[in-house]
Design a binder for this molecule. Structure first.
Ligand code: B1M
Length: 208
């Protein structure tokens, strides 16, 4: 099955094969969301589990991450409609200071853009001060913070506190984050994945 081929190619870390399989799946009319969820993400989950079990190490993870990005680059344009026309609001997204993981954040961005939001990407390793400055500059309605390391969760707290004055809504997410943690640090919401991040953004903006 085509989605399994994408998943397997990602697990192999074979970037060219990932691209070929993604193109084949798109040509066959498979939904971009299925390609992302059941192909690319499920392959990355296997990589995560193998890394945790010390079956593979950082170089293999990096190769798989790069293959995932190559696959996402092909699917991304198909998810994004006419953002200018459809824009429902502006979201400022970034991975917090000390944290370099951006695959999940980028996926949230793709999904938000695909749902008609204008997104400003602060990238990775973004300090609380950088978020505050960018809020002044871009006036987003929602700020999204991503963290993948337990050690960088404290930066989320700092950033939420720094943004308090601005009145902007803050949502947080990432593998170690929980709803309880979001409530504890005073964030306005928590989303488990890229799809629910879009639902949460709509909810925070009072959109149906
Ligand atoms: Co890192 N890493 N990593 N890593 N890495 C983890 C996170 C880890 C769990 C692996 C492990 O030990 N099992 C572990 C963290 C342990 C912990 O803190 N509890 C870990 C570690 C330890 C590290 C280093 C410290 C390793 C080292 O150097 N010794 C180092 C840290 C570097 C740094 O950040 N300062 C490091 C480095 C790296 C790479 C650079 C090699 C690479 C990142 C490449 C990149 O992002 N460009 C990498 C990767 C790829 C991983 C794993 C394997 C996969 C992460 C990923 O991309 N998942 C990861 C293990 C794992 O999670 N299973 C691991 C796929 C992605 C689609 O999912 O990011 O969870 P995720 O995003 C999801 C949701 O979380 C959510 O939606 C996304 C889509 O559904 N979400 C949001 C994310 N952000 C959101 C924001 C929202 C809402 C939802 O609203 C704003």
């Amino acid at each position: 099955m085509m989605l399994d081929d994408i998943k397997d190619a990602l697990i192999e870390g074979n970037k060219e094969k990932v691209k070929t399989c993604v193109r084949q799946a798109l040509d066959a009319g498979l939904a971009p969301s299925a390609i992302i969820n059941d192909g690319l993400i499920s392959g990355m989950q296997v990589i995560g589990a193998r890394f945790r079990n010390e079956e593979i190490f950082m170089p293999e993870v990096l190769v798989a991450a790069s293959a995932m990005q190559a696959g996402m680059d092909l699917v991304k344009p198909l998810l994004i409609g006419d953002v200018e026309v459809a824009s429902r609001g502006t979201v400022l997204m970034g991975t917090v200071k000390g944290d370099l993981h951006d695959i999940g954040k980028n996926l949230v961005i793709i999904m938000l853009q695909g749902s008609g939001f204008n997104v400003i990407d602060l990238g990775v390793d973004a300090s609380a001060e950088k978020f505050v400055e960018a809020v002044k500059q871009h006036r987003p309605q929602v700020v999204g913070l991503s963290a993948l390391l337990t050690t960088t969760m404290a930066q989320m707290k700092r950033t939420v506190e720094a943004l308090k004055q601005s009145g902007v809504k803050v949502m947080i997410g990432g593998a170690p984050i929980t709803r309880k943690f979001a409530a504890d640090i005073g964030a306005d919401g928590y989303a488990l994945d890229a799809v629910t991040a879009v639902d949460l953004t709509r909810e925070l903006l009072g959109l149906s």
